[in-house]
Design a protein around this ligand. Structure first.
Ligand code: FES
Length: 107
């Protein structure tokens, strides 16, 4: 996961993300995919690196996110490609702040 920066902004309540597991939010001009994974948050660009399909429509099972369009899959803990293995998601720094908000920095 990228390092935390001071340029992050609050985007969603952590309780909301925990309840839905995966959702997309708008951060400036960028659509960001938020994922609850093992008690932590991950933030990725909400575009499949294959043909830019919105990944929020994908399926999530056993820590693997699968794009619904052609089935490319990614490790949600790291953003690394599972199949194919040489195509990673774009990750953004994210954290949960003291007020229970998920914060993301889109760089
Ligand atoms: S657009 Fe995601 S696998 Fe093709």
């Amino acid at each position: 996961m990228p390092e935390h920066t001071e340029a992050d902004v609050p985007v969603l309540a952590w309780d909301v993300l925990r309840a839905c597991t995966m959702t997309a939010v708008q951060v400036g001009a960028t659509r960001v995919l938020l994922v609850h994974h093992d008690g932590e948050v991950r933030a990725y660009q909400n575009r499949c690196p294959h043909r830019a399909w919105p990944l929020e429509r994908g399926s999530l099972a056993d820590g693997v996110l699968t794009c619904p369009n052609h089935g490319w899959s990614f490790d949600v803990a790291t953003g690394r490609g599972v199949d194919p293995g040489d195509c990673d998601l774009v990750a953004y720094p994210c954290r949960i702040d003291d007020e229970g908000m998920v914060r993301v920095a889109v760089t």
